[in-house]
Design a protein around this ligand. Structure first.
Ligand code: BDR
Ligand code: CA
Length: 307
């Protein structure tokens, strides 16, 4: 499977990279970065650090520092000053590629012999810009699997989830692209909480990757407790990759989804019409159920596959 991961590491993005590198059937064309959890310089450095630490050969292409229209937002209160607080990565010589993320996405999709699966775990700015630059890329994208949105409540406003709220215009372009889109939203990702027993289970694996997981998650949880009063933070982003590893993991419903780019209080809301009130054309598969024990089995197996 040819895939591109577009991300903003980010504690949960780091674990999405970990999952992606754990299965040889993912042919990772590249990892692209976007401003989101932290500034673009920091999310790019974090992607390079994680990929180097895991011994992966993924190339990293730096992307957008700002959303298409709105002002930039970052999320230091959850992911810390570095965007990946809690673990000190060893020094290395891995560098980002010279090409920018949007050019890479357009070129890689156009030149791929088989259709590409686009996974996004941050604001959808890079992919939105790629569609604006070359709408024909839609013909060679098999599907978009995104972490973002919510059928129910948001996590940054009552209405909106962080990734969509960061750049609703970009999400709107992607949802209107005509490419099959799989929305892994808060309705399922809020169920996979890194509770203390999860940390203990992963610690027992006892390799250097489990050490990274544990240290990152302890800091993530500390911040989640402060901000949301949660005993375990939701491990949002890896659910995208895990749903590709095991299609039984997440149940999706095919519905019409519209992104709110117009109102002020609901900007970034994903209006998923599950009941079919509006009788509009269906354009998205939205996640409604997840098998939580299976998710942790997938995470454990992935961590154990590294050193
Ligand atoms: C999303 O926001 C970010 O903070 C996480 O990395 C995840 O992608 C959850 O709303
Ligand atoms: Ca993210």
């Amino acid at each position: 499977m040819n895939v591109i991961l577009d991300c903003d590491p980010g504690h949960d993005d780091a674990i999405a990279i970990l999952l992606l590198g754990s299965k040889p059937y993912f042919n990772v064309l590249g990892v692209t970065t976007v401003s989101g959890n932290q500034t673009i310089e920091k999310t790019t450095l974090n992607a390079l650090n994680v990929i180097d630490f895991l011994g992966l050969d993924f190339k990293v292409y730096e992307g957008s520092s700002d959303p298409i229209k709105r002002e930039r937002v970052n999320c230091g209160e959850i992911h810390g000053e570095s965007g990946l607080d809690g673990f000190t990565f060893p020094k290395h010589n891995k560098k980002k590629e010279a090409k920018d993320a949007v050019s890479f996405i357009v070129d890689a999709i156009n030149s791929s012999k088989e259709k590409v699966v686009m996974i996004t775990t941050g604001p959808m700015t890079n992919l939105g810009k790629a569609f604006l630059r070359d709408p024909n890329i839609k013909n060679n994208i098999e599907k978009i699997v995104l972490m973002g949105g919510s059928i129910g409540a948001g996590n940054v406003t009552p209405a909106a989830e962080f990734n969509i709220n960061c750049d609703a215009e970009a999400a709107d372009i992607c949802f209107k692209s005509g490419v099959p889109i799989y929305m892994v939203g808060l309705d399922v990702t809020r169920q996979v909480l890194v509770l203390p027993e999860v940390i203990e289970r992963m610690r027992k694996i006892g390799n250097k990757t489990s050490d990274m997981f544990v240290k990152l998650m302890e800091t993530f949880n500390y911040n989640q407790k402060k901000v949301f009063n949660l005993d375990g933070g939701p491990l949002h982003d890896p659910v995208t990759v895990a749903s590709l590893i095991n299609p039984e993991l997440v149940h999706f419903e095919y519905v019409n989804t519209e992104i709110d780019t117009a109102s002020s209080s609901s900007y970034g809301r994903t209006n998923c019409d599950l009941p079919g009130y509006l009788k509009k054309k269906k354009n998205s598969y939205v996640a409604t159920k997840i098998n939580v024990p299976l998710f942790w089995d997938i995470i454990e197996e992935a961590i154990a596959s590294y050193n």
